[in-house]
Design a protein around this ligand. Structure first.
Ligand code: ASP
Length: 323
């Protein structure tokens, strides 16, 4: 060490620790239609515990050198099976008192993607979306046809009762009451599950699964199964999963727009996500989670909160609901 440097090292400001680029990273969301802040502690903690469990599923896979696609799928299976969130079991009720689910998954390495819309008997819609991507020549299958494909692929089907939960039924009844009062109500009470990941091989993946909006009608389909809207992944830019008012996400092609701002305007993921979620969408529309090819994570929302979590190879592991 040169003498001068040695003399001054005692009072020099400590060099800023730049954390190295994480070898893997994952972010998850479980909806921007959050619990009211007045919720009791036990309920809040139960949601945080579920988010941490879901995140740990992804961390285990990525830490072990597994693929981002596998991590995304397995995290979403976990959340779909958890009745607290609006995907799979616990999906919201549509106007007629049934459940119709949408899901999609995308591989950033090849831009391969698969999606299902309006499925009513598929236990894990994200598993079927992956089968569409990998085992069919198509990208998006809807309704009954998607369910026939599930049978061919031996993807598990269940009855509608499986998706029933009391808290969603009460939400639906409340929705019908408000709708009757206003005579023409908007579909409400959203929620979704999404995951984005970068693996040790440098591959990005994104996936999203939802029951849609409470009280939705006429075969309404949201953004979650629309590639480029609710879900997008490209190894050259980022992976994104959105939650919120699906119609707005489709209109602004939110997932692809964020990717395009990175590709064509040279923005960082955080800048691109803020530009779209805080600049283009309106307050109250929703949020996104994203990860870029360097392992940077963005979790941006314009709602009161968003169920979310982030983890990476540098030891980050956090879950949150509000700010
Ligand atoms: N985006 C979903 C939809 O519009 C709902 C949500 O994320 O809350 O179907």
């Amino acid at each position: 060490v040169p003498l001068v440097a040695a003399l001054f090292s005692g009072c020099a400001p400590a060099p800023r620790e730049e954390s190295p680029r994480p070898e893997w990273a994952i972010a998850i969301q479980a909806g921007a239609g959050v619990l009211s802040k007045s919720v009791d502690d036990a309920n809040r903690q139960a949601h945080l515990d579920s988010l941490a469990e879901a995140l740990a599923v992804g961390r285990r896979i990525l830490e072990g050198g597994g693929d981002s696609l596998e991590a995304v799928e397995q995290v979403l299976v976990y959340i779909e099976n958890d009745e607290k969130f609006n995907a799979g079991r616990g999906a919201v009720y549509n106007h007629d008192g049934g459940h119709e689910m949408d899901a999609s998954i995308m591989d950033g390495r090849t831009l391969a993607c698969g999606a299902v819309a309006g499925v009513t008997t598929v236990k894990n819609p994200i598993v079927l979306a992956r089968a569409v991507m990998e085992r069919s020549p198509h990208v998006l299958l809807a309704g009954e046809g998607a369910e026939r494909f599930a049978d061919e692929m031996k993807v598990e089907r269940v009855t509608q009762e499986y998706f029933h939960t009391e808290h969603r039924r009460l939400q639906w009844l409340e929705h019908l009451r408000l709708e009757a009062e206003k005579e023409a109500g908007e579909a409400g009470a959203p929620g979704t599950a999404g995951a984005v990941a970068l693996d040790r091989h440098g591959n990005l993946a994104a996936g999203t699964s939802t029951g849609g909006l409470t009280g939705k009608r006429f075969g309404r389909i949201g953004d979650s199964p629309i590639i480029g809207a609710g879900t997008y992944a490209d190894n050259a830019t980022c992976a994104v999963s959105g939650t919120g008012k699906g119609e707005e996400y489709i209109r602004y092609a939110v997932g692809h727009r964020i990717s395009a701002l990175i590709a064509y305007r040279g923005m960082s993921l955080q800048e691109a996500a803020e530009e779209v979620v805080l600049g283009t969408l309106k307050a109250g529309d929703g949020g996104i989670v994203g990860v870029d090819r360097h392992g940077n994570i963005a979790m941006v929302f314009n709602t009161e909160g968003m169920f979310r979590g982030a983890a990476d190879a540098n030891g980050r592991f956090e879950v949150a609901i509000w700010e």
